[in-house]
Design a protein around this ligand. Structure first.
Ligand SMILES: Cc1cc2nc3c(=O)[nH]c(=O)nc-3n(C[C@H](O)[C@H](O)[C@H](O)COP(=O)(O)O)c2cc1C
Length: 215
């Protein structure tokens, strides 16, 4: 009798766990291209060398600036870097900055041969916020997500890279950052690596318990 109960419970548990989607996938049906792009987007950390087209870049930046912003202040500055020398200068500066520091995530490999904080992407977007506007970081975040999702819908890979910002805001980075031509009161907030993907990683787990519906 006990054996039978045990078997039934085990079977039920197995059925439930099979129905739970693995790591970030969902049972939700992708009902349209937007939902599909949201659900399929992953951070890409390996890129092809080929540059995205000017038309694609134009679509990405148009989508970016069509994000909502508090009082429509558009409190962002966006710099698209496609100049290998400048990307290298920022990467070299970051590697130097990271020496002797305990870095997290992929930045922990900063001292390894051939390291790229931008994962070797041919286009880097720097998003800078208005440090005098307390909504600016929200505005900038929304702008970035538009880029990520538009890119995904176009078969372009992206990765938000925040680790480099600690370096970009140091006095040592001043000369390099001057090339971004940012207005006063604006500071780099995060960057986005952009390019054709050379990997298709699985989704990472998401915690649905973070969402509560209160009725
Ligand atoms: C603000 C922010 C900073 C991030 N910084 C880095 C980074 O420095 N390097 C990196 O490889 N990924 C970075 N990521 C990407 C996250 O690691 C990634 O979004 C997260 O692990 C979830 O994976 P997914 O984007 O594939 O869904 C960052 C993401 C955000 C939102």
């Amino acid at each position: 009798m006990m054996k039978k109960v045990y078997f039934i419970v085990l079977t039920a548990l197995l059925m439930v766990s099979c129905q739970t989607p693995p790591s970030g996938e969902t049972n939700m049906e992708a009902t349209n291209q937007t939902v599909e792009s949201i659900m399929s987007r992953r951070s890409i950390r390996s890129y092809k060398a080929e540059q995205i087209t000017a038309e694609q870049l134009d679509t990405l930046t148009e989508c970016a600036i069509n994000a909502p912003s508090a009082l429509n202040k558009q409190s962002w500055e966006v710099r698209v870097i496609q100049k290998p020398d400048l990307i290298k200068a920022i990467n070299d500066g970051f590697i130097n900055f990271a020496k002797g520091k305990e870095m997290k995530g992929s930045a922990s490999k900063a001292q390894q041969e051939g390291f790229s904080v931008f994962h070797g992407a041919p286009t880097i977007i720097v998003v800078a916020n208005d440090t005098t506007n307390h909504y600016s970081e929200v505005d900038c975040g929304l702008l970035g997500q538009n880029i990520l999702l538009a890119a995904e819908s176009m078969g372009i890979g992206t990765c938000v890279v925040g680790s480099v910002i600690a370096y970009m805001r140091t006095p040592e980075a001043k000369e390099v950052i001057a090339q971004l031509n940012l207005p006063e009161n604006f500071a780099p907030l995060y960057t986005i690596s952009v390019g054709y993907p050379n990997e298709w990683p699985d989704a990472k787990p998401r915690d649905k318990a973070k969402v509560q519906v209160i009725k």
